[in-house]
Design a protein around this ligand. Structure first.
Ligand SMILES: [Mg+2]
Length: 286
């Protein structure tokens, strides 16, 4: 952990799906319909709304973008990311493709992409080998469709009800031996080369931006390294990390699940910017 510099801006690195923005299926609203929070559309796909956040969350994000180095960090491809409209979109830093693409003011940084591809070539088995594992003789019917993202990693749509934990465990071990990692999020199963991480890209943004305290939020295994890197981390009370009981000394878990957790995460980040939040968790560390 670095020593936060009081004079440097706070950096907030935030996963998108099921952390900041939510599909209709993942908003998990509780209580009476008439008491539901007002929501805004954060993503449109095929001319229909696809992802949402609460209006209060968007208001918080407007302020956060102004007062901190706010960095959206997503496993989405560059094209999938560009559909998401957030306050400050197209300005500042953003990370897509699970860390393989680092953008500044909407422009991908070629040096960073080249660096990542060289690391993948030296440390991980070729993409084709993983594709063969998923689609060849060892394919299972529960893995419905297999896609590649920017010729870099693989994601599959799966039948979550039928997919066995044993298959995922076996695939995970097989991938690990070849320098790849796996993550199961909703109906998507990801296989990603080990050097392609959110935390590596966020560390690079932190270096370039001169930010001090790092606040990070995420819900899946692909966010775990980012949460570990952060001075202050927060995750929602839902998702892959919730299902494995992921806890750390620097980590807070939201009290809410679903879209209200997204709002809670932004309040947490704003408290960190205001200096309300950092002292207690940092003081408990040896
Ligand atoms: Mg997520």
């Amino acid at each position: 952990m670095s020593t936060p510099n009081d004079a440097a801006p706070v950096m907030v690195a935030c996963d998108l799906d099921r952390t900041l923005i939510y599909s209709a299926k993942s908003v998990l609203l509780r209580g009476e319909d008439h008491a539901a929070p007002r929501m805004v559309v954060s993503e449109v796909y095929d001319a229909a709304p696809l992802s949402y956040m609460t209006r209060a969350a968007e208001d918080l994000l407007v302020e956060l973008v102004d007062r901190a180095v706010f960095v959206p960090v997503t496993t989405r491809t560059h094209a999938q990311f560009s559909r998401v409209q957030l306050p400050g979109s197209g300005t500042g830093y953003a990370v897509s493709t699970n860390g393989a693409v680092l953008m500044q003011d909407g422009e991908p940084d070629q040096d960073w992409s080249d660096h990542i591809r060289r690391s993948v070539q030296s440390d991980s088995a070729p993409l084709g080998e993983v594709l063969d594992r998923l689609t060849g003789p060892r394919a299972v019917p529960e893995v419905l469709r297999v896609r590649t993202a920017e010729d870099l990693f693989v994601y599959s749509m799966v039948n979550r009800q039928e997919l066995s934990a044993a298959y995922v465990a076996d695939l995970t071990g097989w991938c690990r031996e070849r320098g790849w990692t796996t993550s199961l999020q909703g109906r998507k199963l990801y296989c990603v080369p080990a050097p392609v991480t959110k935390e590596a890209a966020v560390a690079e943004v932190r270096r370039r931006s001169g930010a001090g305290l790092l606040v990070a939020a995420g819900d899946s295994l692909l966010d775990a390294g980012l949460l570990d890197l952060a001075d202050l981390a927060i995750r929602p009370a839902h998702g892959e990390l919730e299902s494995i009981g992921f806890l750390r000394d620097n980590l807070t878990v939201t009290s809410a699940a679903g879209v209200m957790a997204g709002e809670e995460i932004l309040r947490f980040a704003m408290d960190a910017v205001d200096g309300v939040r950092p002292l207690a968790p940092l003081a408990t560390r040896g």
